[in-house]
Ligand binder design. Sequence first.
Ligand code: G6P
Length: 607
Amino acid sequence: MCGIVAAASQSNIISILADGLKHLEYRGYDSSGIAFIQNKNISSYKKQGNVSELTQSLDKKLNANIGIAHTRWATHGKPSKENAHPHISNNNIAIVHNGIIENHLEIKNKFFKDLTCSSETDSEILAHLINFYRKENEIFEAVYLALKEVKGSYAIAVLDKKNPEKIIVARNGSPLLIGLGEKINFIASDAQALIEHTNKFVYLEDGDLATVTAEEVKIYNKDKESIRRETKKSKLSLNSNSKNGYKHYMLKEIFEQPEAVRATIQDRIINNSVPKEILGPNAKEYLSKFKVVQIIACGTSYHAALVAKHWLERLAGIPCHAEIASEFRYRRHAVQKDTLLICISQSGETADTLSALREIKEEDFYVGTIAVCNVPESSLARECDSTLITHAGPEIGVASTKAFTTQLAALMLLVIVLGKRFEITAELENSLCMQLKSLPEKIKSTLDLDNKVAELAKIFSDKEHALFLGRGSHFPIAREGALKLKEISYIHAESYAAGELKHGPLAIVDENMPVIAVAPNNVVLEKLKSNLEEVKARGGKLYIFADKKAGFKNDDISQVFEIDAPMNPVSPILFTIPLQLLAYHCAIIKGTNVDMPRNLAKSVTVE
Ligand code: G6P
């Protein structure tokens, strides 16, 4: 959700910023901009559209040793050149900002009543405020005083014309890190922007401010006291940012799933058992105490939460609630004593999930917090008592694929560990471990459906609506299938628990409404079959993804796609694969931007 990259160097930084923006584009791609100091003046370039619009417009001869850049996902004000960052105040101060200044109108009324802003953003006012304080203060102090007025979240990088050697940065609620180099230092909202140049990073914490020059980084806490933050070595590699011969990141990430799931489970299953040590030393405390589980997450991660809820209750007999973080935050809960909180997030930076976690930590009823997360250095991973990292590797496509299936694999490991004190016997543990270990090969064979699903997509691509059905732990998979289709092909898709069909959605079923069913061979198979008969009777066209042994046959109303997904708890992971492929191929036929669908962003760091 918006990306920041900046650098202070003894040599030219323009191409570093341009390349950095390219790597951050998955965070937002409505517009982008760059500002730098050249000949003691601030110059800037901005463009609406994706980052290449900006980079192609940059004069190859530009040369500057210090600069800040931004790629935007619009919150306040439409995508436009005017609203693109950096925002500049009086040619003195330039800022890039991620987050939301919630009281921007109050600040305007208090300090700049008569000012006509040149953008509709909440961010511009912060540039003016820093410039205001700059008149009587040194730049660091000016930024500090300006931020004292701000309510909301921010990660900022500030250029001051009078200090052409330094960048001032600050963070509160939006991620920001400093990359360390030789005679050059960098700033970015995530490490991927800088991995070409350094693997040494200092992660700022909320309330931190810092000054960054080519030679030196100084960090201060919210009281302006000089502090040290640990330097961490990132394991990211440049390779993880490439498409590796695939046409899109999303397709590459779909096909990476066998390996990603293998990486997530390997070393965590020993002799068909999952040691509790996978949760680290802090787990000891809560593992023996918790009685109930509460899961919070957003988007695709929420669908993983719904599957985990089924698993926890069905396999382990542990009461579990799962809720969307943005809903969870704003209502009163009747929390049971000794609740364990699980936060699921690919990025570990989703604002709603993080805020909910922070509020919960203030309450007494929770005995512990676990992050299931793909980014070890993220805020979520740092702030929870334990972290179970998913080893999906960087996911660049905005629509989540391998992050989801690795979340599910990690959640099954977690269910096993949590369930040992409840109903997970050694025998069940053994069987679940075997199922997990068989997944990489089974995912590989499910991917063989690719060509068939690509054919099916031809039928879908001219449809305006689609209905996805599932039951039990496969209902969240139907939801995820509908979400994928919406996100990248813009076909309106809804998902329903198949048993609910008769309570409303059946009214919209006719020959123009494709109905996709997720049909594992499980205890509710016969019920699902009856639900699908209801569709057939109304002339609906059925596309059934079914286990080989579920007994579905092609006829003039239904087309069946067989999956080898025997009746076992991990089968939701396998049924996910063809639905991802379906969304991908529909998007290709419709010619949409698969990796950067309109209006969306990968990491949503605003509420
Ligand atoms: C955005 C992404 C989704 C993701 C959701 C939650 O909306 O586009 O793919 O599922 O955020 O993100 P998280 O990083 O918390 O899993």
